[in-house]
Design a protein around this ligand. Structure first.
Ligand code: BJW
Length: 230
């Protein structure tokens, strides 16, 4: 049975009301990423970094999964082969739609101890003085992957891409590595690739479906679930 690996980015959650990063009015147009999304920024000004993620956590809690998240969860349930969903997003909208996903850039709804790496569910409002439930250190950080840090599951994801029959990228600009390199891994392994975006990203995909993810993704899922199965 065929294996499908899907990488999602901020574009899949845009229609749920969560901002993307690199659009004209995106998150990096409002915040200087070097002040909120690097380990150096957190060491310099943890309160400012927590404030940024507390606001993002509040927005995430108010958002709901959209038709694209729901369609991917359905694909994972109904596809006779394996569907591996990897997300760069730190929101929990895939899970709330019923999918199981690998969060390569971590999770907004989880906290992590800077001392012992223990992880726990984040309170709505986090601060550095939140004590670690395992070691008691007051060095709590959001469990997200900042620039210069090693993303989660990279080896596992590269392997999943290589043993797939199809690799799809949904709503990502393809500007952040290592995620941006997975399409190249797929191409070199002669695996079919497809992108879903509002517009072409410049990546070398075999196929592209352009338009809002809430339209293109459910349409594609309907289409491939109707295909005769090998
Ligand atoms: C729609 C839509 C709709 C809109 N429908 N579509 C070369 C090789 C390796 C590494 C590097 C390298 N060069 C530089 C690096 C380092 C760096 C990097 O890539 N920098 C670039 C800026 C050049 N990478 C790192 O530091 C990473 N770590 C690392 O490399 O460790 C070493 C290592 C090397 C090799 C292997 C393994 C490890 C860590 C990166 C961490 C990224 N962190 C962030 C923040 C996370 C926490 C948070 O959310 O605050 O992750 S940055 C931000 O960008 C966030 C996102 O996950 C990530 C990707 O953004 P995404 O999802 O693509 O969003 P956008 O906004 O860019 O695009 C949205 C797209 O959606 C657009 O195309 C729209 O058109 C589309 N769209 N509405 C469909 N309705």
């Amino acid at each position: 049975m065929q294996t499908i690996t899907i990488l999602t980015g901020a574009g899949i959650s845009a229609e749920s009301g969560l901002g993307t990063f690199r659009s004209k009015d995106g998150i990096w147009a409002k915040y200087d990423l070097t002040k909120v999304a690097t380990p150096e920024a957190f060491a310099r000004d943890p309160e400012m970094v927590h404030e940024f993620y507390n606001l993002r956590r509040e927005a995430c809690a108010k958002a709901a999964p959209n038709a694209a998240h729901v369609a991917l969860a359905r694909l994972q349930r109904e596809w006779p082969g394996e569907v591996v969903i990897v997300t760069q997003n730190v929101d929990d909208l895939h899970e709330r739609a019923g999918a199981s996903v690998l969060h390569m850039h971590g999770e907004l709804m989880r906290a992590r101890c800077s001392d012992c790496d223990h992880r726990w569910p984040a309170p709505a409002v986090m601060q550095i003085s939140d004590p670690c439930p395992a070691c008691g250190a007051a060095k709590a950080r959001p469990d997200v992957v900042w620039f210069g840090e090693y993303p989660y599951f990279d080896d596992e994801i590269s392997l999943a891409v290589r043993r797939s029959d199809l690799f799809a990228v949904i709503g990502s600009s393809g500007q952040v590595y290592p995620a941006a390199g997975y399409a190249g891994i797929a191409k070199r392994a002669r695996i079919r690739t497809i992108e879903f975006n509002l517009k072409r990203t410049g990546g070398k995909f075999d196929q592209g479906r352009y338009g809002p993810a809430t339209e293109t993704v459910p349409f594609w899922v309907d289409e491939i679930l109707r295909l005769p199965k090998e």
